[in-house]
Design a protein around this ligand. Structure first.
Ligand code: NAP
Length: 508
């Protein structure tokens, strides 16, 4: 087990406000633990309302008076491409740091670091290609759109793949000319503390990016309730999303909510079954199963059910569970002991709700730390809690179905609607089934392979609003319509009356 932090890991991280590192106003800190050992390895400044006030003031000043919102898109784009270059050039170091903090397997953390770079590159490209419509009424009017950044964006992110999640919001928020206050998750603040150096090196002006560490219920809450923060982009749990919605409502803020999931993976008998097996096993066990779009409910057509369950269980038992820093590891340690306890409680619940065919507890080789063996329950009824509730760990339920109609009812039978995966070689079935599923995203015959131009988000309890491609640009900007008359626009002459005195007369 790797027991020492990667080279360059600090033992203390602070807030970053207006281009300066700073302690919390009250000097408070909180412990950050290593997921493999549950030992405290870092103290992080615990920001509260007073710190959020300072960060928002710095971001507002940079927005009102600084160059960032006034730069040409090409200028911002060049700087954001530099951000991407820097991330790419440090992807190994970033992956090691992220792995140390989150327990993610290092090869997967490296892929996520590269995706973080791509998020900046993508929005840097998009902003220079951005166009807005002009509308002409021949001889009468021409109308065009002024697209403007909104102001200080509050970005609140979760602990799963933290650096990548942060980049997914930072990229478009900054590309569009907003300034930001980022509040990352308290379990995993380490990689967020890398942003200031990256942005400084790339040439992002002071005050444009501000970092507040601290608990969601104090620091996050203060950001959501701050009157000078007109928009909040949040990714996290559905119940937290509902709380944020309530808190943001009195100030009528722009709100984007990317929330939880319990996504179905539907395997029809006519599918390429080896490919479906690869995709469904990866789909639920990658990123330790701590993945919002995990295909955590696998629905399998009855005629191939027994063989598919057997193959799925065999794969799960064979997954390399180990040291997150070992490149061979496929499933690492869960992020925190609290989360480990939650996942293990579902494993116990599952034992009375389904037929355990793989895993079912802590792997023998790991008596300490937050390891859960990849766990598979078969024959799970749709009423089961492990079918309905988001576990967010390496635990999957498998349920048989006979007909397309039955598969659709099962697929839609949860409060969530984030992603869905369908495996079939029947073209008509694939497209019709995809359309009938209540989910924000569907993948046909693959695992979760993203195209950054497409809308990302969920329906039902999985979220509100869409980000991705131009939808992110729309969220982080206002569109002001400007109307120009091309003739003598007629206005009804209210109050004119018969008296000539009601007409305009130039005195001098
Ligand atoms: P969480 O508990 O909801 O926390 C998310 C963030 O919100 C953290 O930074 C948290 O701070 C903060 N927060 C908590 N309470 C708050 C409040 N009252 N006001 C403002 N901020 C508050 O979620 P999580 O456990 O970190 O993340 C896992 C969840 O995220 C899962 O449900 C997963 O499905 C979802 N997720 C969704 C997507 C998506 O795109 N749909 C992607 C990834 C993850 P603290 O860390 O200090 O509590």
């Amino acid at each position: 087990m790797t027991a020492t932090p990667p080279a360059g890991t600090p033992d203390r991280i602070r807030l970053y406000i207006g281009g300066e590192w700073t302690d919390a106003v009250d000097g408070d800190t909180f412990d950050v633990l290593n997921p493999a050992t549950n030992e405290v390895y870092l103290q992080a400044a615990a920001g509260k309302k007073a710190d959020v006030d300072l960060a928002v003031a710095a971001a507002k000043k940079a927005f009102d008076e600084g160059p960032w919102p006034r730069m040409l898109p090409r200028q911002r784009s060049r700087i954001l491409h530099k951000v991407a270059d820097i991330i790419e050039s440090r992807d190994d170091q970033l992956a090691e740091i992220e792995t140390w903090d989150s327990g993610l397997p290092v090869t997967q953390a490296k892929g996520q670091a590269q995706r973080a770079a791509e998020n900046f590159r993508f929005f840097a490209d998009l902003i220079v290609a951005q166009e807005d419509s002009a509308f002409k009424v021949p001889g009468r009017q021409i109308n065009y759109v002024n697209r403007k950044p909104i102001g200080v964006a509050g970005l609140i992110t979760p602990w799963n793949v933290p650096f990548m999640q942060e980049s997914w919001k930072l990229g478009p928020a900054l590309a569009t000319g907003n300034t930001v206050v980022l509040k990352p998750a308290s379990y995993t603040p380490l990689s967020a503390a890398l942003w200031p150096e990256i942005f400084e090196e790339a040439g992002v002006p002071a005050g444009v990016f501000n970092l507040i560490l601290g608990s969601g219920s104090t620091a996050g809450d203060a950001l959501v309730k701050h009157p000078d923060v007109p928009l909040i982009s949040f990714t996290g749990d559905s119940s937290t999303g509902a709380t944020l919605s309530t808190n943001a409502a009195p100030l009528l803020k722009g709100l984007s909510l990317e929330l939880g999931g319990k996504s179905p993976a539907i395997v029809f008998a006519d599918a390429d079954l080896e490919q479906a097996l690869d995709a469904t096993v990866f789909g639920v066990f990658s990123l330790n199963g701590e993945r919002c779009t995990a295909g955590s409910r696998v629905l399998v057509q009855r005629e191939i059910y027994d063989e598919f369950v057997a193959a799925f269980a065999a794969r799960a038992k064979n997954i390399i569970v180990g040291d997150p820093q070992d490149p061979a590891t496929e499933v690492g340690a869960l992020v925190h002991s609290n989360h480990f306890d939650k996942v293990m409680s579902y494993v116990e619940i599952g034992k009375s709700e389904g037929r355990l065919v793989a895993g079912g507890g802590r792997p023998e080789a790991y008596p300490e730390g937050n390891w859960v063996a990849p766990t598979v329950f078969a024959d799970v009824a749709p009423t089961a809690r492990i079918f309905q509730e988001e576990i967010f760990g390496p635990v999957v339920s498998i349920t048989p179905f006979d007909t397309d109609e039955e598969a659709l009812v099962l697929a839609n039978d949860t409060r969530y609607g984030l992603a869905a995966y369908v495996y079939t070689t029947n073209l008509k079935r694939a497209h019709n089934f995809a359309e009938a599923i209540d989910s924000g995203m569907v993948w046909l015959n693959s695992n979760n392979i993203r195209d950054l131009r497409t809308p990302f988000g969920g329906v039902k309890a999985s979220g509100l609003g869409r980000e991705g491609g131009y939808r992110s640009i729309d969220f982080y900007t206002t569109q002001q319509a400007v109307h120009i008359t091309l003739n003598d626009a007629h206005s009804p002459r209210f109050g004119k009356g018969p008296d000539a005195a009601t007409s305009f007369k130039k005195v001098n």
